[in-house]
Design a binder for this molecule. Structure first.
Ligand code: PMT
Length: 411
């Protein structure tokens, strides 16, 4: 998701650098826009270095602007269309006044008028300016329009006075941004193991049995869970993906290693999501030397691997266990069968023959099968969105098990 961060001119402008970092850690892409007076307090270079993107400082492209530079002249419209949220922090009394009155005399205030994305404003100023009737009226006007105002804190101010006016904490502003983006920190209590990718069962030093899993679904789940405040242990078979920021990453190769890693982290986990495509069979014997071609057919003897999900279910406690079912036919029947055979709380079925679903796609088409007999089908959506729908269900299941345990204790 892409956030435009407007920085206006105040001593607290330097804190915007910390806010950029925090939003990036939440997985957001940040485009910084600075007013002219903000540049008196902090240089655009600081934000450019942090974001790796050009900082927008001028309405018409500044010195580089020429009459032929049409792109630059309409950049505010392009940015307005690209962003998912506009945050202004710190917001001075002047910027707030311009936003309230619809004055569009610089890039930031023009963007405010041009965007339909949600807006978060974090004011910072001298206490008298904050308490002035004009500022309070302007803030109320913004609130009435649906702007989320993160009120300034009380404390010692740069001007030497004490009172309300200090920029709210970076955490409070980031929480408001995440809240408006619909990314709540509602999994803060959870420690979630997510498995992802394929397993590789070696035949000899150069050959192995594997499958087409790219890891995208599992990595999306890990990323979404971190964003929602969970502690995440991502146990992954070999993939080409970079682990999402903020996860504890465990790299494994085969089913046996994945099994061991899941069991090692299981005692402190509150949920397990098995998105990995785990091998059901492995060669009975691992050849230490490269197997030579033989004349005629070659038979490879396979033995079943351990069923990781079913094994974890034996020591389940009040953990929530979620399995996947990658199916090519009779999806509902097989998914319900796996609910039972693996004693899972939820099976996420994907018909891997459907367009844009399953292996290696950036999208998935999922149906959630629960133990109470209910099922929820979702249309094709990006894997990150599918991940959020699965985590919504995980949260509901955890709440239900918590309530059941409380009722049991009360008896
Ligand atoms: O990685 P991507 O390219 O994004 O593709 C995503 C996906 C298609 C791999 C994913 O959405 C998915 O369906 N993963 C599960 C695939 C699979 O192995 O399904 P299954 O029906 O064979 O297994 C059922 C469940 O048991 C799965 O949760 C699996 O992780 C688990 N299992 C299977 C075998 C085994 N030995 N131990 C297990 O725990």
């Amino acid at each position: 998701m892409r956030v435009a961060l407007g920085v206006s001119g105040g001593v607290a402008a330097y804190k915007a650098a910390e806010l950029v970092r925090k939003l990036q850690q939440e997985g957001l892409d940040v485009q910084v826009i600075m007013t002219e007076s903000a540049r008196e307090f902090i240089t655009p270079l600081t934000f450019a270095a942090l974001t790796g993107q050009k900082v927008i400082t001028e309405m018409f492209g500044g010195e580089a602007h020429s009459s032929a530079n049409v792109e630059s002249a309409i950049e505010h419209i392009a940015v307005a269309q690209r962003i998912d949220l506009l945050a202004v922090a710190p917001a001075t009394a002047n910027t707030i006044a311009k936003m309230a009155r619809g004055v569009a005399d610089d890039f930031l205030t023009t963007l405010y008028l041009a965007t339909t994305a949600p807006v978060v404003v974090a004011p910072a100023m001298n206490v008298n300016m904050w308490e002035h009737a004009a500022t309070q009226e302007n803030v109320e006007t913004l609130r009435a329009r649906g702007v989320h105002v993160v009120p300034p804190e009380e404390g010692y101010l740069a001007c030497g006075m004490t009172g309300a006016g200090r920029l709210a904490s970076v955490d409070a502003i980031a929480a408001a941004v995440m809240g408006r983006l619909g990314i709540a920190h509602d999994l803060q209590e959870e420690t979630i193991i997510v498995t992802a990718g394929p397993t590789c069962e070696d035949i000899d030093p150069v050959r192995f049995l594997t499958n087409r899993s790219s890891g995208k679904m599992g990595y999306a789940l890990a990323q979404a869970a971190v964003r929602r405040g969970a502690e995440v242990i991502l146990i992954s078979g070999p993939t080409r993906l970079d682990p999402p920021q903020g996860v504890q990453f465990v790299s494994v190769r085969n089913t046996e290693q994945m099994h061991r890693a899941v069991l090692a982290h299981f005692p402190r986990a509150t949920a397990l999501i098995m998105a990995a495509a785990v091998a059901d069979y492995r060669p009975v014997a691992l050849q230490t030397k490269k197997m030579k071609r033989v004349s005629g057919r070659l038979n490879l003897e396979l033995e079943p691997t351990v069923d990781i999900l079913a094994d974890a279910a034996r020591g389940k406690g009040d953990r929530v266990l979620i399995g996947f079912a990658a199916e090519t036919e009779n999806v509902a029947e097989h998914a319900r069968g796996k609910l039972e055979s693996k004693q899972a709380d939820l099976i996420v079925a994907n018909d891997v023959t459907a367009e844009g679903a399953g292996f290696d796609h950036d999208t998935n088409v999922i149906t959630l099968y629960s133990r109470d007999g209910s099922e929820k089908a979702f249309p094709r959506m990006p894997k990150i969105d599918a991940a959020h729908r699965i985590l919504d269900q995980l949260r509901a299941l955890r709440q239900a098990t918590g309530q059941a345990a409380a009722a049991e204790r009360a008896r």
